[in-house]
Design a protein around this ligand. Structure first.
Ligand SMILES: Nc1ncnc2c1ncn2[C@@H]1O[C@H](COP(=O)(O)OP(=O)(O)OP(=O)(O)O)[C@@H](O)[C@H]1O
Length: 589
């Protein structure tokens, strides 16, 4: 039996395109415009033009391009997926916008009937082709004096709005305003002077003003700065506008991309590295490829290297700013420090900028890391905001400089510092080491406190902490709860064991027995007047509630999580102290 050919259900294909390929039926105009442009390119020579005319329920697109012979009409228009814009090997020829051979079908998104009258510039008689959305078509002789093509669409019921004069003018301007030859809609030209960033201006200042105006029109903001972009191997030119307000780093960078002067889309992703979220670009590229929907960039090696080149350009802008205009750089950093920090994780030059220009929170107030290292050669950092809050006053008062590395990227940045300066290593603070900075009491006082300490220890024994008395600044702090990292781990194990079933409790129990018991400490401050009065108490019951009160207060102050047992002790001590206060001699019953 002879081989048969596939049959295509055109309605099914159009339905597929409209639901899954194109984001909106508005693309029909882009495809028609693009075919006109390609036909003009294929003809070569003199400047061509595309004329679009609207009429009641009808749209005509005329071009004075290369046209089609009758033979080509059968071969190209009536075969889905066939295109004249590929070479013998099937590769898209790079001077054309089209490549897939499906664009014309998009006319069926808005029309049931499509008419093409064409005359080839290479000779032959003019022909008329009429295609219907159900897949039928016919070809007949036609009249046409000049080479070129006229495509006529008759609006499908309900699609009239998409073919209305205002809509068509808008669409033509959106997609085609940068095209290098005239495009008119009902006689009005929608094309202008080409890409604004390539336009000539009498002075650089005038150019800046014109581009700022362009940015306002496009994006609605006054750019903080602008960066000219150029990547020759991608045939790319354009401009990046620095956004003048904070941008969430999670926001996908969306850029306006033209390919060969036709708009690809207004929100193209993947053009820049993710870290460059603080700019909005407008670019025109001749060599980058679209996806079949022609609404996104096709991810290939060229796009990858273009992305890198554009990232390098933006990085260079920052480095130059640091060298030439520090005040402007500081202003930029106030807005976009997150982006810059993200860059610094991969880039030593950016790390240097962060080190020199970005202020961090430290125990001695806000300052740059470079300044902090100069003042505190033996400084420390914390990787946790709460830990910083808890310890900065104490460590600061003790002369141990502390940087808050608890915000996004900060710890990684601090840990990367030795890459740019081998002496720049900051050590992470282990709270346990702070106790060594606490002044030890003189032996006499120490001895006198023994009985007190024994009672105090009993009061918090069941809570798993150890009471010590030290002499430290700031004197206003009565007590401090210190957990070393090892102790914290131990606590978490204990907590897990309390909640786990028997099998796991055994496993966790075995874990927690390894290593020396490194218990959290309740450090009472002998320099604090209240604490000193408490250490002088003799009544055991009162010592217990007072120490438990200090314990609870230290937990709250340090924002430590409260366990059930802690809350119970806190309540008991509060009520005990209250009870003691109202029963004190001199208070009337
Ligand atoms: N205005 C026109 N003038 C001359 N030839 C045209 C015109 N419109 C369409 N054609 C011919 O019809 C073929 C199919 O057009 P169609 O728009 O479907 O696909 P394409 O432009 O080749 O690729 P794509 O699907 O990427 O747009 C084109 O390759 C071209 O040869």
């Amino acid at each position: 039996m002879a081989d048969q050919s596939f049959q295509v259900d055109l309605r099914g294909v159009v339905d597929l395109l409209s639901r899954h390929l194109y984001s909106s039926p508005r693309v029909y105009l882009r495809e028609l415009l693009q075919n006109g442009v390609d036909a003009i390119t294929a003809r070569g020579g003199g400047p061509g033009r595309v004329r679009i005319e609207t009429g009641p329920g009808e749209l005509r697109v005329h071009d004075d391009g290369v046209g089609l012979t009758e033979d080509e009409v059968h071969r190209l228009l009536a075969t889905i997926g066939r295109s004249s814009k590929r070479d013998e090997l099937g590769f898209a020829r790079h001077d054309f916008l089209g490549q897939f051979g499906i664009g014309l079908l998009s006319a069926f998104l808005v029309a049931d009937e499509l008419e093409v009258v064409t005359r080839s510039a290479r000779g032959g008689d003019p022909v008329r082709w009429i295609g219907y959305s159900d897949g039928r078509y016919r070809v007949e002789p036609a009249e046409r004096a000049e080479a070129g093509t006229t495509v006529t669409l008759r609006a499908r019921p309900g699609a009239g709005e998409l073919l209305a004069p205002g809509t068509v003018a808008d669409l033509a301007r959106t997609y085609g305003s940068l095209l290098p030859f005239p495009v008119t809609v009902d006689g009005r030209e929608v094309t202008g002077g080409g890409p604004p960033w390539l336009a000539a201006h009498p002075t650089p200042a005038r150019r800046r003003r014109a581009l700022a105006e362009y940015c306002r029109e496009l994006y609605g903001f006054e750019p903080y700065d602008m960066i000219d972009l150029e990547v020759p191997e991608a045939g790319l030119t354009g401009v990046a506008f620095v956004v003048p307000q904070q941008v969430s780093p999670g926001a996908r960078g969306a850029h306006r991309v033209y390919l060969k002067r036709m708009l690809l889309a207004e929100n193209v992703e993947g053009l820049l590295p993710d870290w460059a979220f603080f700019v909005r670009c407008v670019v025109d590229a001749g060599e980058l490829k679209p996806t079949a929907s022609r609404e996104a960039l096709y991810e290939d090696e060229l796009l990858e290297s273009t992305r890198q080149a554009l990232g390098e350009r933006i990085r260079q802008w920052l480095v130059t700013l640091a060298e030439t205009d520090p005040a402007r750089l500081r202003g930029f950093l106030r807005l976009h420090h997150l982006g810059v920090k993200a860059m610094a994780l991969h880039d030593d030059e950016m790390l240097r900028i962060v080190d020199r220009w970005l202020e961090f929170e430290t125990s001695a107030g806000p300052m740059t890391l470079a300044e902090f290292r100069r003042r505190h050669p033996d400084g420390r950092y914390t990787a946790d905001v709460d830990e910083f809050r808890r310890l900065s006053a104490v460590s600061g008062a003790q002369g141990v400089g502390l940087v808050n590395g608890g915000y996004v990227y900060d710890t990684e940045i601090i840990e990367r510092l030795p890459r740019i300066d081998p002496d720049a290593a900051l050590r992470r603070l282990d709270p346990a080491e702070l106790t060594t900075h606490f002044g030890v009491l003189d032996p006499g006082t120490e001895l006198a406190l023994r009985p007190f300490l024994a009672v105090a220890q009993r009061a918090v024994e069941s809570l798993g902490c150890e009471v010590v008395v030290r002499d430290f600044d700031p004197a206003s702090l009565p007590a401090l709860y210190l957990t070393s990292r090892a102790a914290r781990h131990q606590e978490e194990l204990e907590e897990a064991r309390r909640q786990a079933d028997e099998l796991w409790a055994d496993v966790l129990g075995a874990l927690s027995r390894t290593g020396p018991a490194d218990r959290p400490q309740l450090v009472l401050n002998h320099r604090n007047p209240l604490t000193r009065r408490i250490t002088a108490l003799t009544e055991e019951g009162l010592i217990e509630v007072a120490v438990q009160g200090l314990y609870g207060q230290a937990l709250l102050l340090g924002r430590h999580p409260l366990r059930a047992a802690d809350t119970a002790v806190l309540n008991r001590s509060f009520l005990g102290l209250l009870d003691w206060a109202v029963h004190k001699p001199g208070v009337a019953e």
